[in-house]
Design a protein around this ligand. Structure first.
Ligand code: ZN
Ligand code: ZN
Ligand code: FE
Length: 755
């Protein structure tokens, strides 16, 4: 008996080789019918005897292409119509562009096998790809996603490549970046002055140079990396010096998981994240005494590790290196270079030579960074490999553009039940980064065909992202308080639509009272919020200078707690008398000393008190070192008070600071003190949550803000809240730091706007 079924599939099923996969499955099982893309995903109709249909359905359901993920799979019986054979039909209706552009993806196993097969026509060809893998977002120039709208438009396929492209049974059917050595992009090795270094095999020559300890700028998927042999201390130290990067750890690309285990104590969760299709950088705990150069990650217990993700990376690493330092191609805080001329100019003072290629990068995308916290993969930077994949929301939203924060800028566009968070853009104070911010907005609005009517931005009047929003007078403008946006971001990621308690432990964000907030206990949802409590406000002597020099914060806490008589501490002794006096005057008179309730600044101050960090060389360094110094087994907790404050409560940390000072004077170890400090902040969170519960009855707590990149603290907070019966919402796909802020802004604006 012949049956016919109609199957509707939703999820990530377009631009991932799904139709050829369905086609081949149909041929295999000998069923007839068709497959096509429509605006919601993929539709299949198949006809055949029951056993064959069952086999086909089982295969389509369980053996999907590596990049596909199915969110809905519905099968209905319809009347047979006796068609012959199986075909891939033209797409149907007003197909949304959004479904079609997938993120850039690591080279698949089938392509890798060909890459290293001497008999294959793409043997050692650095641009091998197929429908399951290769560049996407970074090469797309517009829609529809088709070769002419990618930077592969520069190359015409040879007859062999074209035949694969046209053949539904080929792995390269409609693979837009399809190429081979005869017709596709080529690599070129140049010296620091831009002169071509003649070579039959530029990649092999680059390997030789790397082995000699040279610094090679390598053009990758989303920009240039600076590469150097990670086992060569001299070479790594030279890179550090030339890059003007004092202490911030360098990321490494490691040839295999086995090698990663040689010099780190990667857990199964970390290995899983490392090998995920997005191939992010994963923070993994170091082993001591390995062959990796000390200056890869000085004063740090962790390595940032990733696996090779392009064919070129495999060619560079395979058999030659345990690990290469692969740090973004820039000088200190500038954006990563991605255009050949710009890279040559900007990186010439650093790189000894350049491994260029002539496939243009249209959109810059940095490597993503993730960390396992409480058994969950948490993105600290969500960029290459993830963008422009949609985040699915629990609700339907109008089209909104949110412009994010300033330092870890990302933007967000919403449409229906989807939110699109952009790649990491960087610090908008840099002109070039701001240019890239504007370009990203234009590009994503075009690609996703989203025409926002509402624009959301931070409350901070001086942020460039606020300035941009003010310039878009075609749109309704909704300013959003920074920590309200953090709260909403966490709620939206978790699909939680009711009011919740928000514990926002953050660096700095503009408050509705004009002070700088950052240690906040909120209650609210998408429509509104109320500030129930906060860390006590304290002066930041010198404003920004107090962020770069945490010892200023330490002194500010000491002034508050001890008044005139400062305790006898190494830190106090180390500051010249007149500097002390000056700082005290600034604080007393409120000269260039804005008030803050920041949690991040408290971590900075304690770090300085303990002698870990007087000043920082990169953002977040002192809090990170405080976390790493902590003895996770330390028990005990310092005293603190939640005191009454206008309309709510405030954390008074006088007893906390004086107890820490006592411990320092008693010669207690830094590890023990830091451990107790972490326990204390977790207890603060629990006490605050209980107090808010007693006032509101709310039992769900959302955790957000940059301080929750701290694994030790996050795990302590989550466990103590859970043990007490609270439901705890945390971030995973969306960064807890300002990189996730735009999502919260967008959702709030969608609820507050007059549309
Ligand atoms: Zn492939
Ligand atoms: Zn070709
Ligand atoms: Fe923030």
């Amino acid at each position: 008996m012949i049956l016919r079924k109609r199957i509707e599939i939703e999820g990530v099923v377009q631009g991932v080789g799904f139709r050829p996969f369905v086609y081949n499955s149909a041929l295999y099982w000998g069923v007839s019918g068709y497959v096509l893309n429509n605006s919601r995903g993929v539709v299949i109709e198949v006809e055949g005897p029951f056993e064959k249909l069952a086999g086909f359905l089982w295969k389509v359901r369980s053996d999907t292409p590596p990049l596909a993920s199915i969110s809905r799979f519905e099968v209905v019986d319809i009347d047979p119509c006796g068609d012959d054979g199986f075909v891939i039909r033209e797409s149907e209706g007003d197909q949304q562009a959004v479904a079609q552009i997938s993120p850039d993806t690591f080279v698949c196993d089938a392509c890798l096998e060909e890459l290293f097969d001497p008999d294959d026509r793409r043997y050692r060809y650095p641009f091998i790809n197929c429908t399951d893998c290769g560049p996407r977002y970074t090469i797309v120039t517009g829609i529809p996603y088709d070769r002419p709208k990618t930077t592969m438009a520069d190359f015409t396929m040879c007859p062999s490549c074209q035949a694969e492209y046209d053949d539904p049974s080929s792995r390269r059917f409609h693979a837009q970046p399809n190429a081979c050595p005869d017709c596709g992009p080529q690599v070129e090795l140049c010296d620091a002055d831009g002169a071509v270094i003649d070579s039959d095999d530029p990649v092999a020559r680059a390997v030789e140079l790397l082995r000699q300890g040279k610094i090679v700028a390598v053009k990758g998927l989303g920009g240039y990396h600076l590469a150097v042999d990670a086992e060569n201390e001299m070479a790594v130290a030279r890179l550090r010096e030339r890059k003007k990067r004092d202490e911030k750890p360098f990321a490494m690309m490691v040839s295999s998981v086995e090698q990663v285990l040689e010099f780190s104590t990667a857990t199964p969760d970390e290995i899983k994240l490392l090998g995920s299709v997005e191939r992010p950088i994963v923070l993994i705990k170091k082993k001591e005494g390995t062959s990796i150069a000390a200056s890869v990650a000085p004063r740090n217990n962790y390595f940032g590790v990733m696996l090779p993700y392009t064919p070129l990376h495999h060619l560079l690493l395979k058999e030659y290196f345990t690990a290469l330092v692969m740090t973004s191609g820039n000088i200190s805080d500038e954006p990563i270079a991605f255009e050949d001329d710009d890279a040559t100019t900007r990186l010439a003072p650093i790189a000894d030579c350049f491994l260029h290629h002539n496939r243009r990068i249209y959109m810059r995308a940095d490597d993503s960074i993730g960390r396992i916290i409480d058994g969950k993969a948490v993105m600290l930077r969500r960029s290459r490999g993830y963008v422009p994949r949609a985040l699915f929301l629990s609700m339907q939203l109008p089209e909104v553009l949110a412009t994010g924060a300033e330092l870890k800028s990302t933007i967000c566009l919403t449409q229906g039940d989807r939110a699109y968070l952009s790649q990491y853009i960087g610090d908008l104070k840099n002109d070039e980064v701001y240019g890239s911010f504007c370009r990203t907005i234009d590009h994503l609005e075009g690609l996703l065909e989203i025409k926002p009517k509402v624009i959301a931005h931070d409350l901070h009047p001086d942020f460039y992202s606020t300035g941009y929003a003010e310039g878009r007078d075609d749109l309704e403008r909704v300013p959003v308080q920074h920590h309200h946006a953090h709260l909403a971001s966490c709620l939206a990621e978790n699909g939680y639509e009711k009011d919740a308690i928000g514990i926002i432990f953050d660096g700095l964000g503009y408050g509705i009272d004009g002070n700088i907030w950052g240690g906040e206990f909120l209650v609210g949802g998408y429509r509104s919020f109320k500030r129930m409590g906060h860390f006590s406000h304290i002066a930041m002597p010198g404003g920004d200078a107090a962020v770069k020099e945490p010892f200023r914060m330490a002194l500010s806490y000491l002034f508050r707690v001890y008044g005139e008589e400062l305790p006898d501490l190494e830190l106090v002794r180390s500051v010249p008398k007149k500097d002390l006096q000056l700082l005290r005057q600034m604080v007393d008179k409120g000269l260039n000393s804005p008030l803050t309730s920041s949690c991040g600044r408290l971590f900075d101050g304690v770090s300085a008190l303990l002698g870990l960090r007087r000043s920082v060389t990169y953002e977040g360094q002192s809090a990170l070192e405080l976390e790493q110094a902590a003895d996770p087994m330390a028990d005990g907790c310092y005293p603190f008070n939640l005191v009454k404050d206008e309309g709510g409560f405030a954390l008074d940390y006088s007893s906390l600071i004086s107890a820490i000072v006592d411990d320092i004077q008693a010669g207690e170890s830094v590890g023990e003190i830091s451990g107790r400090f972490h326990n204390t902040i977790a207890n603060v969170a629990l006490s605050a949550a209980r107090r808010i519960w007693s006032l509101t009855g709310l039992e769900t707590v959302a955790l957000s803000g940059g301080v929750f990149q701290n694994r030790l603290l996050t795990e302590k907070v989550v466990h103590s809240l859970r043990d007490d019966g609270f439901t705890v919402l945390t971030h995973a796909q969306v960064p807890p730091n300002d990189g996730g802020l735009a999502l919260g802004q967008a959702v709030i604006a969608a609820h507050q706007a007059g549309i």
